[in-house]
Design a protein around this ligand. Structure first.
Ligand SMILES: O=P(O)(O)OC[C@H]1O[C@@H](O)[C@H](O)[C@@H](O)[C@@H]1O
Length: 315
């Protein structure tokens, strides 16, 4: 792939300890002096752990395949260039559900001090890990199914009170292409019966559980009481919050994205998924997935799109 993306080295600090980064067995782990950490698999550039104040914020199935044989059931799988099963009449039609990014092996491009002013803790207190995937690195099957020249850079920034994940999509070819993208985040919760989501009031959604019918959420908060699979589009608020027992746990802030999927498989769907364990794990997770999935993003030759999320922990 194009190696022109060279993150700068970590800015040496004149005060205090620095974040540490090491890679082992197909994963990169960054730890802040506070003990907070993030762990990213090269497989899918899947963030599989984000610990803040000693607490894990991401849910990963005990039966998740981490060996590259199947997309990871948990963490933050990257969905690109199509969301869900691709439509038959679209250039993505030969791709698998949710595209190829989550089951391709990415390259680790390096670490840098955070340039993001969006995490309260930038500079020496934050560390950014960059991962890259380009058309040249795809499997022959994926290349054939989606023959466009593209470059993805996925930046995972760990800060003192948050995690930022941004996907940068570049069209390196001579013709335009269309894509969708989504960060399919499985958040870990203590007890789904005590969880509510705010920030989706008055938003319109397609309910995939109810035959893909369109609705408008009438209440300011959403509780998860059964199988949930909603695609919210053009959300006016930029933040969806996850509350546990009425207390704010996490803010999920969309950056240059206006859609979000809320998903929980509940009892029967969880039973039907071989890689979902324990079977009652649906009680401890909720997917809040930020993305651009309403129609298609068209990217002209040479153009770049960037979108992602900032998650702030309130514990
Ligand atoms: O089993 P997969 O391919 O990881 O998908 C899980 C879920 O992902 C969600 O984003 C979709 O809205 C659901 O319809 C889907 O079931």
């Amino acid at each position: 792939m194009d190696r022109s993306h060279k993150p700068s080295a970590l800015t040496p600090s004149t005060t205090g300890p620095q974040p540490s980064v090491h890679s082992e067995q197909g994963r990169v782990i960054a730890t802040l002096p506070t003990g907070d950490s993030v762990e990213v698999l090269l497989y899918g550039a899947t963030v599989v752990s984000w610990k803040h104040n000693g607490r894990e914020n991401l849910w990963v199935s005990k039966a998740a395949k981490l060996d590259g044989s199947k997309p990871v059931r948990g963490g933050v799988p990257v969905v690109f260039p199509c969301f869900g099963p691709p439509p038959k009449d679209h250039a993505t039609s030969a791709l698998p559900q949710h595209g190829f990014a989550r089951n391709s092996t990415w390259q680790y491009l390096g670490k840098s001090s955070s340039e993001s002013g969006k995490l309260a803790s930038g500079g020496d207190d934050a560390v950014k890990l960059d991962f890259g995937l380009s058309s040249a690195e795809l499997s022959e099957d994926a290349k054939k199914a989606w023959p466009y020249d593209f470059g993805l850079v996925y930046s995972v920034t760990l800060g003192k009170d948050g995690l930022q994940t941004m996907l940068n999509v570049q069209n390196k070819g001579k013709e335009s292409f269309e894509f969708q993208m989504l960060l399919h985040t499985y958040f870990k919760v203590d007890d789904i019966s005590k969880v509510s989501l705010t920030g989706l009031g008055s938003a319109t959604y397609v309910d995939k559980v109810l035959n893909a019918t369109t609705h408008t959420q009438s209440t300011p908060s959403l509780s998860i009481t059964g199988e949930t699979d909603r695609v919210y589009t053009a959300i006016k608020q930029d933040t969806t919050s996850i509350l546990q027992d009425g207390k704010l746990r996490l803010d999920v802030i969309r950056d240059n994205l206006v859609d979000s999927v809320v998903w929980n498989p509940w009892i029967e769907k969880a039973k039907g998924m071989g890689d979902f364990e324990p079977k009652d794990g649906y009680k401890n997770m909720v997917c809040v997935e930020v993305g651009a999935v309403d129609g298609w993003q068209k990217l002209e030759a040479g153009d770049t799109f960037e979108g992602g999320m900032i998650v702030k922990s309130h514990l």
